[in-house]
Design a protein around this ligand. Structure first.
Ligand SMILES: Cc1cc2nc3c(=O)[nH]c(=O)nc-3n(C[C@H](O)[C@H](O)[C@H](O)COP(=O)(O)OP(=O)(O)OC[C@H]3O[C@@H](n4cnc5c(N)ncnc54)[C@H](O)[C@@H]3O)c2cc1C
Length: 448
């Protein structure tokens, strides 16, 4: 029995390039025997059952924006793309909830929520392309995860297909559920290795009336991180606390909408939100905490200026990429008292490997994108950037942190999990995988 007998022929497409690599992959090109684009959960189940019967690997693919190579089919087999499984199943704005197919884009969920005065807070940077299923599979974060939490926090239920091709539901449109082991949360962040997410029930919140960013610019990382510590100690809860280090500022500062003073070499971006009086009160406290040692303070209020600031922050990574054409940007997470070490040691690691280095990211969550640059045609430089990443992972563990705060392990960080979990933890991790996927056919080689 061939694949075409279990799914309509129009759902089987040629395994062309866009299904075989990540949008921003490190040049890793996968191979696949077939790509299927199912439109229903039943079709996903039929494909998995066929793969399980025939011992064929299958790799889930959302928007392909993952930064760890998770959606790249490294061992051939079938790619299951979710772009046609993209219906809004139910939207209950008055109950602050929505039920969507896995292939709906993050941006569409954010927009629908906004149009009803609500908010879907997870805001990973490629929202117009990434899909809810991919966000769930990576447990994606973003700048506003500091106040609102990562994707998993907003998922109350999942429909998924698990081996050998069964449709299951964990949770649903309910806000509390402690009945069994938390199988829903096991699927969240599992990077397509335990099951294929086909739909999700998501929680929404009323949108804040006002968002007021407050940006501090400092002479050096020490002063800037001191400011972050004062913000944390002030007792107010900003919606975001980000930093951009001096190297990144030198690459991207030209486009910063409010002007970077010459003596600034570190930026802290915070934001207050909520009802108008609350947002104004928090913004005033943020200004006070950030003002000490600052060479400039910017507090845009016009919605267009606020949007411009976040647009700049989102695109600053592309200014970095443009420097040498290639960049390995990792996503380690460390305890908050180790931010200084990460900012300093990232530069030291870069110097040791003779590559340009910088760091930026979600400072309030200790989730930092340490980045090493290379020219793609310079294979030696690329190898040195890769070595720098390996040393960075050691640093994350030495500081009591994690090798991944939001992108996952995927393919590119393979081998990094065991040192972090230790032998017993890692063995449990593998046993969970076996319990879901005894034939090891779901995204084999990933998340290990
Ligand atoms: C410019 C840019 C900015 C970014 N900013 C952020 C950020 O701020 N925070 C952040 O966390 N990430 C960020 N990312 C990374 C990426 O956008 C997220 O990881 C996103 O969640 C990936 O979703 P996707 O649909 O593109 O998934 P894909 O890349 O297609 O897949 C990612 C993983 O999920 C699995 N998967 C996909 N769909 C399913 C499904 N339905 N069921 C089961 N498994 C599935 C895949 O097999 C793979 O392992 C950024 C990426 C880019 C390019």
């Amino acid at each position: 029995m061939d694949l075409a007998s279990v799914i309509s022929p129009e759902a089987i497409v040629k395994p062309e390039g866009r299904f075989l690599a990540d949008l921003m992959g490190r040049g890793v090109q996968g191979t696949a025997d077939a790509v299927v684009l199912p439109s229903t959960t039943e079709e996903v189940a039929a494909v998995m059952r066929w793969c399980y019967d025939n011992e064929v690997p299958l790799t889930a693919r959302g928007g392909g924006t993952g930064l760890a190579g998770g959606a790249i089919p490294v061992g051939g087999g079938v790619v299951v793309g979710f772009e046609r499984l993209n219906r809004i199943r139910q939207f209950d704005p008055l109950l602050w909830r929505i039920h969507v197919d896995a292939g709906v884009t993050t941006g569409d969920v954010q927009r629908l929520a906004r149009e009803s005065g609500l908010r879907f807070p997870p805001d990973p940077g490629a929202a117009e392309i990434s899909q809810i299923g991919g966000n769930i599979a990576c447990n994606a974060g973003g700048p506003h995860a500091f106040k609102y939490g990562v994707t998993g926090h907003w998922v109350t239920g999942l429909e998924a297909v698990v081996p050998p091709g069964e449709i299951v539901t964990f949770g649903g449109p309910l806000r509390k559920d402690v009945a069994g082991y938390d199988l829903k949360s096991l699927l969240v962040g599992s990077e397509g290795t335990l099951g294929l997410v086909t739909s999700a029930w998501l929680r929404l919140v009323p949108a804040p009336e006002l968002e007021l960013p407050v940006v501090g610019l400092y002479r050096n990382a020490d002063a800037g991180i001191g400011a972050i510590e004062r913000v944390l100690a002030s007792g107010v809860v900003p919606s975001a606390i980000e930093y951009v280090d001096g190297v990144m500022l030198s690459y991207s500062g030209g486009a910063y909408p409010f002007g970077v003073p010459e003596d600034a070499a570190f930026m802290v971006i915070t934001e207050a939100d909520g009802a108008v009086p609350e947002a104004r009160r928090v913004a005033a406290e943020l200004r006070e905490a950030l003002a000490e040692d600052a060479v400039a303070l910017h507090a845009p209020e016009e919605p267009s200026d606020v949007a411009e600031l976040w647009r700049w922050r989102g695109s600053a990574a592309f200014a970095v990429l443009a420097q040498r054409g290639g960049a390995y940007s990792e996503d380690i997470a460390v305890p908050l008292d180790r931010l200084r070490d990460v900012a300093r040691e990232t530069l030291e690691i870069g110097a040791r490997h003779n590559v340009h280095a910088l760091s930026f990211g979600h400072a309030g969550d200790g989730n930092i994108h340490s980045t090493f640059l290379f020219a793609p045609e310079d294979l030696d430089e690329e190898a040195r950037a890769d070595d720098a990443c390996r040393e960075l992972f050691d640093l994350a563990l030495r500081l009591g942190g994690s090798v991944s705060g939001e992108h996952g392990i995927g393919w590119l960080k393979r081998g990094q999990l065991e040192p972090q979990l230790g032998p017993v933890g890692y063995d449990l991790h593998l046993r969970i995988k076996r319990a879901f996927d005894p034939k090891n056919l779901l995204n084999p080689g990933k998340k290990r």
